[in-house]
Design a protein around this ligand. Sequence first.
Ligand SMILES: [Mn+2]
Length: 276
Amino acid sequence: MSYRHQYVIGDLQGCYKAFLQLLDTLGFDPEQDKLWFAGDLVARGDDSLSTLRHVKALCERGAAATVLGNHDINLLAVWRGATSLKKKDKTAPIFAAKDCDELLNWLRYQPLLAFPDKHTVLVHAGIPPHWQIKQARRYARELEAQLQSSLKQLDRLLPHLYSKTADKWDDNLHGYTRMRAIANYLTRMRLCKADGNLEFSFKSSLDERMPDDYRPWFEWQVPRRRKILFGHWAALKGEVDLPHARALDGGCVWGNCLLAYRLEDGRVISSSAKCS
Ligand SMILES: [Mn+2]
């Protein structure tokens, strides 16, 4: 199927008003266009419930696709009782909604990594320098299989995805440690060492001093045949634009804009509305 336009949109974070405004700015037509979301559909914005319902409806009619972000996995963990709801995450209305189970069951079947076209790969946080894209896809499929297995297995998995242990990657990692490392790379990474060792405390912009030997994952130059489109790092405001990586979290939830990357020409379009 060929589309008129395809757009990759950064973290919605439940900013529903800004999302609707962005669709308006794009002149989005679900009959002709397709949206790809970089994950973190929910959390800090004004209406996570409506955002999730809207994205699910678009995905089900084939007009959108999404990858999972850390906030989406967190939503699954709260749903299954593996972690408690944090006040700053304004997602309580989702758990009170009558379609809660339906929404969350849909969410757990979404991938961690996707290929919007033959030039790009979409993932929430990024791909570390020591993984080829092919490997990243394989690891993503491993974790997806566990997220999509029985609820009993999901309940066993989720508590293990919560640890700030900066698991250094080793292809022999196994069990839940392996799943946690995959989740950390694909959905939480910002800084890493050349060997892929992760650092979790740094969330600032690139002007701030970083811990020794750590750099933003995309600054370790690795030849890639696809451009990595990613969200997650709001402080970058979508300003990182390299041949092999493009940041798309505009930091809407912090008073900035939502961003949409048009696949056919790489043009980035901002929502006119800012999230309050
Ligand atoms: Mn995130």
